[in-house]
Ligand binder design. Structure first.
Ligand code: SF4
Length: 383
């Protein structure tokens, strides 16, 4: 049984208007590097003993902007996680999400020294007007420089881009993508912009003051990205992710297969199953950084928890697994949950397979790649 560890770093230089992550605009000099490191170490010491008999699969620093955090603090956290697990995969993947404003060659080298092997860089766009509209602090040259410099020091670099912005033609996105590919990245994440309630964009949208892209524009860009990246040798292995063979984000693949993960840091979510009862417990730590610093290390840091029944876990397995090219292993789901995922879904499975929207390949249920634009409807039908 394997487990991954997610570490949340909640500070950013500025809050982007579309962002609903647990992140807080903070001056560079106001980031409490060491105090936050101490708090994360307290939470690790409290949470990890319960899972220390499992095999460590991967570590992921997300945020927020974890590349703002001093690499020495990231190194302390990696060391604490690694020393807690007697059993570890040979190739434990350690990823840090980075913004171009806090990533250069020296920072990439320091991260590598700290034990990081992969960075995922939030480029989002290379168009000056779109970057301004998204509230981003970098420019195109800064983003490309960050990718190039990171590649000199870091074994694995991913470029993250966003599409589906109003008025963004597929050709405009492809022009950005071309320049990102020229830096030599072997992994690309391409996320569609979503308007989330509670964000600045969400408020504007509610008042009818935010234009959004049409479904047709979204579909055209989705297909154009796939075609271009396919020609570059990057396989579309999950709806929003493309990689050369072997470069897939293993931490994310662990989530998509329903693997257990411990979340630490302000607002981090964790989810760990109980092997005997086959239920999972999911929790969230205190999201507000100032309160997190005070409460970390004891039960008071957990501000929300829920229990997922085996049936809930089957639904999650479908929701996440059908977004991947490899699909859902029915045997694995049965081993984890004790349930046959086909039970109660016979008619929906029959309906969707007869339309070519679902395929059963031996033990695997998957949505053929050509039907990914209809994924939401297919998954909803199976709920
Ligand atoms: S940099 Fe990322 S995490 Fe921070 S506010 Fe912007 S989108 Fe959110």
């Amino acid at each position: 049984m394997s487990v991954s560890v997610y570490v949340h770093f909640p500070y950013c230089l500025r809050k982007c208007p579309y962002c609903d992550f647990n992140s807080y605009g903070t001056g560079r000099e106001d980031v409490p590097h060491e105090a936050y490191g101490d708090a994360v170490l307290r939470e690790l010491a409290w949470r990890l003993p319960a899972v220390a008999d499992r095999t460590l699969a991967s570590i992921f620093f997300g945020g927020g902007t974890p590349s703002l955090w001093e690499p020495t603090q990231i190194g302390r956290v990696i060391d604490a996680i690694r020393s807690a697990f007697p059993s570890q995969r040979d190739d434990v993947e350690v990823t840090v999400e980075c913004n171009p404003t806090s990533l250069d060659r020296a920072r990439a080298a320091a991260l590598r020294e700290a034990g990081v092997g992969r960075v995922s860089v939030g480029v989002q766009s290379l168009d000056a007007e779109r970057l301004a509209w998204l509230g981003r602090l970098h420019d195109a040259e800064g983003a490309l420089r960050a990718l190039r410099e990171a590649s000199l020091e870091m074994p694995r670099v991913s470029g993250d881009l966003m599409f589906g912005m109003p008025g963004q033609a597929p050709s405009a996105f492809l022009a950005d993508l071309e320049r990102v590919l020229e830096t030599g990245v072997r992994h690309v994440s391409a996320y569609a912009l979503t308007i989330e309630p509670g964000t600045q964009f969400g408020e504007l949208h509610k008042k009818g003051r935010l234009p959004i892209a049409t479904d047709d524009a979204y579909a055209d860009t989705f297909l154009a990205i796939e075609e271009r990246l396919g020609r570059a040798g990057l396989q579309h292995y999950e709806v929003s992710n493309y990689a050369r063979p072997g470069e897939e984000a293993r931490h994310n693949e662990h989530y998509w297969r329903g693997g257990a993960y411990v979340g630490v840091g302000a607002g981090a979510v964790g989810c760990v199953d109980d092997r005997a009862s086959k239920v999972s417990e999911r929790w969230r730590s205190e999201p507000l950084p100032s309160r997190y610093l005070e409460t970390s290390g004891g039960d008071a840091v957990t501000t929300w928890r829920e229990t997922l029944s085996p049936a809930d876990r089957v639904r999650e397995a479908l929701m996440l697994g059908l977004r991947t090219r490899s699909g859902v292993s029915m045997t694995e789901v049965q081993e984890r949950t004790g349930l046959d995922l086909r039970e109660g879904r016979e008619r929906a499975i029959e309906r969707r397979t007869s339309r070519g929207e679902l395929v059963i390949d031996g033990d695997v249920l998957r949505v053929p790649h050509a039907k990914w634009l209809s994924l939401d409807a297919i998954v909803t039908d199976l709920f």
